[in-house]
Design a binder for this molecule. Structure first.
Ligand code: SAM
Length: 331
């Protein structure tokens, strides 16, 4: 099998597929209040086109594909896409990122289709605060979604909380206890300056060092570090002794983990994005629709990967950040 290697000798094995740029939530840090996802249906990749593109990537060494969005469960008949991707034998890891608002009735079937695990965003355990951060989200639906995901057998289930100073930073301990009570994992995410909504949230930035101090104070002598290789991602994670949970941080601003980056992104419109922090992209939708043959498209992908930037510039060059809203890229 061919491999995708960029010009910094990083092997690319992980593709994040944004299946829609629509979301039923409007989290403050993710999209502007008046942002509208206006992509015409004809401009979106069909499920057949997404599957075709994932198949080509799988022939180039991609083994992990995450379904994200927008909110992936909003797209009609998402089970059909999950099934098509679940049937590609060389895709051995097929996780989902979701806000879980619509997850409860779908979790079991998604698991059967091949979604083996899920990351679930949840930024508050207080219904009013939750509605405020998400601009209208319903906490009870999300908790039902989490419980349905657990019952479906997806594993691991990781909760993702974006920590914001003076917004929800008072809930770090409660969120850890909630994760422990359900035997699932929790990751605390630093806000990233992506798109105008992300940049506007920078005043609420809560650093990884501060998050870790809070975790250590809450769980004294209970943290056992998980080796970076085992986490296969940018999280710094710890097992919580005498529980079935782990806790961690994802800190793209405090830490630059780009040297180990193994990921690329496909948007719902078929743009291949090489780095979350920068706007370089090429259209795989146009390639697919112009009837290029498979080998020519794979060569196009291999060439594109050589332009993957060395690193994002969140912490060094705020003038060179991605201006696309996070909801359109897929996190
Ligand atoms: N709707 C799905 C969800 O809620 O997980 C998938 C898409 S969402 C864009 C993916 C992740 O990106 C979520 O965990 C969200 O909290 C995170 N996110 C969005 N904007 C962010 C920002 N400016 N900084 C840090 N994380 C962000």
């Amino acid at each position: 099998m061919q491999q995708l290697t960029d010009s910094f000798n990083r092997q690319i094995t992980y593709l994040r597929v944004s299946v829609t740029d629509h979301c039923n939530y409007r989290c403050h840090y993710c999209r502007d209040e008046d942002h509208i996802s206006s992509t015409a249906r004809a401009d979106l990749l069909s499920y057949e086109e997404m599957t075709k593109i994932v198949q080509l990537f799988s022939q180039l060494g991609i083994t992990k594909v995450r379904l994200t969005g927008g909110e992936p469960l909003l797209r009609k008949d998402i089970l059909s896409l999950a099934t098509q991707l679940g049937n590609i034998p060389t895709i051995t890891d097929l996780p989902l990122s979701t806000n879980a608002h619509l997850l409860a009735p779908l979790a079991q079937q998604l698991k059967q289709a091949g979604i083996n695990r899920a990351n679930i965003s949840i930024d508050s355990l207080k219904p009013e605060k939750f509605a405020q951060i998400t601009r209208g989200g319903q906490l009870s639906n999300v908790i039902q979604g989490i419980d349905a995901a657990i019952a479906s057998g997806m594993s691991p289930i990781k909760l993702n909380m974006v920590v914001m100073r003076n917004v929800n930073d008072d809930e770090i301990e409660a969120m850890i206890d909630f994760a422990i009570s359900r035997n699932i994992d929790i990751r605390f995410i630093e806000t990233m300056p992506i798109g105008s909504a992300g940049v506007d949230t920078i005043d609420h930035h809560y650093s990884e060092a501060d998050i870790l101090n809070r975790i250590r104070a809450h769980l004294p002598n209970q943290l056992s570090p998980i080796k970076a290789k085992q986490t296969s991602g940018p999280a710094k994670s710890y097992l919580i002794t005498n529980t079935h949970s782990s806790v961690g941080t994802i800190s793209a601003v405090s830490n630059n983990f780009c040297a180990d980056c193994n990921r690329i992104r496909l948007t719902a419109k078929g743009q291949l994005i090489l780095c979350l922090g920068q706007e370089n992209s090429i259209s795989l939708r146009d390639a697919i629709r112009s009837n290029m043959n498979d080998n020519a498209i794979k060569i196009m992908i291999i060439n594109a990967i050589t332009h993957k930037p060395k690193q994002h510039e969140f912490n060094t060059n705020m003038g060179n950040i991605n201006h696309v809203q996070m909801v359109e890229i897929g996190g």
